[in-house]
Write a protein that binds this ligand. Structure first.
Ligand code: MN
Length: 246
């Protein structure tokens, strides 16, 4: 039986060791492995494709995964750049926002992680907190130091009762890692919050009425040893399988 193809968008990064200006296409291997473990076939999508090829790549896959990464360019939501906002990549922002809108309009399964959640929120009309430490009061650590393991469980997420997130994970509280510099400020109108940290931070959303359209602010790819986290990938692949054209 043909496996559902899960398109994972990639980041363009400079690799000066390969020569000045050499850009590489990168992705978290952990996302690739989590999709494979769920029975899907991961396929990387470059964000530097020409528009017609981006569309063709999107149509080729059965579902999309928008992974984590750097800060989102504030011009995408018409905000002034905060001094603490890091390096941004407008090409990637635009490609991923386009995919997020296509998937929303066409009810294509989508799973968005960390930066992916922020991209989806902006694509659908929301805004972002550009620098959590300076712009969001909290007693929690949402962006712990890089010296710590990526599977460190930093804070809890209260799952909205009756949400798809609760059905998928089977849990009312999730213990999650937290490696985000930015976050949702104003929620995009169509999205519904499905998970919050104890400080009120929006940690998960879904697009009601769609078959499978989920965002999470943490990094489940580093937590697949926890059953509830692998279940997110299993549900994505299952949704893609059910949406495959025979
Ligand atoms: Mn967090």
């Amino acid at each position: 039986m043909k496996k559902p193809v899960i398109g994972i968008t990639t980041a363009g990064v400079l690799n000066e060791r390969a020569g000045k200006g050499a850009r590489f296409m990168t992705a978290f291997v952990a996302n690739v492995k989590a999709v494979e473990k769920a029975g899907g076939l991961p396929l990387l999508i470059p964000c530097d494709l020409e528009p017609e090829n981006l569309r063709e790549a999107y149509e080729y896959v059965d579902a999309v995964l928008l992974p984590g990464g750097g800060d989102v360019d504030p011009s995408t939501y018409h905000a002034e750049r905060h001094p603490k906002t890091g390096t941004t990549d407008l090409q990637r922002d635009n490609a991923e926002m386009t995919i997020a809108r296509w998937a929303a309009d066409e009810d294509r399964p989508l799973f968005a992680i960390c930066r992916g959640q922020q991209i989806v929120n902006v694509a659908l009309g929301g805004t972002l907190i550009q620098d959590i430490p300076l712009q969001f009061e909290s007693d929690l650590s949402h962006n712990f130091p890089e010296s710590m393991e990526r599977d460190y469980l930093s804070h809890d997420v209260a799952v909205e009762p009756g949400s798809q997130l609760e059905q998928i994970t089977g849990l009312k509280t999730l213990k999650v890692n937290s490696m985000h510099h930015q976050a949702i400020e104003t929620l995009a109108d169509p999205l519904k919050i499905t998970g919050r940290a104890t400080d009120g931070m929006i940690e998960a959303t879904e697009l009601p009425g769609l078959y499978f359209y989920h965002t999470v602010q943490w990094h489940p790819e580093d937590l697949t040893h926890i059953e509830a986290m692998q279940k997110l990938y299993n549900a994505l692949v299952e949704a893609a399988r059910n949406r495959m054209t025979p």
